[in-house]
Design a protein around this ligand. Sequence first.
Ligand code: ZN
Length: 603
Amino acid sequence: MQNLQQTWDNSAFYAHSNDPKIRTTVEQIKQTIATIADQCDAFNKLIETAETLPDDQFAPVIDRIRGIHDQTNHLHNTLNNLQTFISSILSVNARDAHASEWKPTLQQLSAELDQATKALDVFLKRVSDRFIDQLILDPKLTELSFFLNHERKLKDQLLSLPAEKLITGLAVSGLESWDNLYTELAGNLSCTVNGESMGLAKAFNLQSSPDRTLRAAAWNATQTAWKTQSETVASILNAINGWRIEETKQRGTQRVLHYLDKSCHQSNIDRSTLNALMDSTYQRRSIGQRALKAMGKVLNIEAMHPWDLPAPAPSSNPTKMSFEAAIDLIANAFRQLTPEMGDFAVMMAQKGWIDAKPTANRSTGAYCTGFAEPREPRIFMTFEGSMNNVLTLAHELGHAWHNWVMRDLPRHQTFYAMTLAETASIFAETLVRDALFQQATTPEEKLAIAWEEASAAAVFLLNIPARFTFEEKLVESRQQGFVIADRLKTMMGESWQHWYEDSLASYDEMFWASKLHFSIADLGFYNYPYLFGYLFSLGIYAQKERYGAAFNDLYTNLLRDTGRMTAEDLVQTHLKQDIRQPEFWQASLAIVDRGVSRLEALS
Ligand SMILES: [Zn+2]
């Protein structure tokens, strides 16, 4: 393969972080936001009477919306390009002074743009169905169809405009402050591992050490640290959930929304789908439990404890692969689906769209992002040749492929919910994992892959559902009153027991404090979308054989519709299956079962 780059080149957008063109662009953005704000403010007058807007006013109002829509789209693209450029610099070098200065300015501009269009957004939620029917007939606005329809499903939960503004205003120092408090706490807490004082992030990394004693020490130290903060974190969880319950009550004048209905709306799925997903997973929880038992056997551990969950595969000489070899391997695995996908992986590296070279001052983690105009994906990660790195690269290339096949779609049809966001990435990972397993020659290589599969199965089929069960208990208890820290511990223990049963010898009762997810202000139930994404992707993978040569077109079209269909419609349209029924999920669970059997056979 020719000319593979391991460092990205974004100079087509701006030369560097001190390019004078950035300042000019920022000035232009500010001016355009002001213009848009002026035009949208006019909708303030229309909001209260939106539902009864007379028919003869439809056409002129739609004309105005079309004008604003055009400008906003263009502005979003410009702002997005600049944000991607600046954050790409900061990922590679967190100390870049110019980029660090631009970052908050761009965040501010993005918030101002949201504020600028607020009146129009509210108007579009309140206006009559007849108006929307006419609006989406407009060739330029038809792209808003799914987006508006989805937003308007919760139309009956809207309050008066002053009440809406009051909630948004109060939430800054109310709801959101609790989230900030948690972040601050987690960032500043320290613990002592084997006599050494350290932050929680460092202690967290030690929890995936191959040394069991060290893992246990790091885990216990983290527990001790959080126990000193029990009352504070309990207050945070009570405040956030109490706020949500009260807000839902206030909004429920016409219809009282169940907390899971709200979450399903955000996730773009039906309640019946969520039920089918959770019930099928619970019925097959033994798969995850077997994964833990097999891992314990490989590690020679009689009884697995929470500190053994992140243990790495035992290995005497871990695989080391060059970046070029990894791209080659991934491209070949992708080609088994379609040549285009393989060529795409190579193109990403040839064009300098991936930054993976280990350098000083770069961020940790991996992500896929992209420029908006022209639509070009970018991948950031640190590649050092491990098996895990290869799978991460495949995962991010899957995200990039998802964005690539959608590159000609209107902006509003490219927003997909969290439940669908991991479809292409896990799919790509599975393709590569299967190829790796087939190519593996030594038992050690096979074990390394089977280990990754089994530990993923344990996380997705047991840990994520335990979080879900806990959060259900939390919300329901909070509806009755304040939930004290001791009760939270008991509830977490019971939730782990419900899923892990005897596959673990003890449970993590402080998980409600140590896991950040429960303290996110904007989003409740930030847990099942991971399980959904994992099984959903495997469920689609399961159809690969059945459709044979026709599968790739089906899969591509399915990906293209992720931003303009519900998850149910997506699968019904493209694969003629119903994800509200357990059968779909059972097929996915059967694939996980096969993966776990691989480790069982090797252990
Ligand atoms: Zn991902």
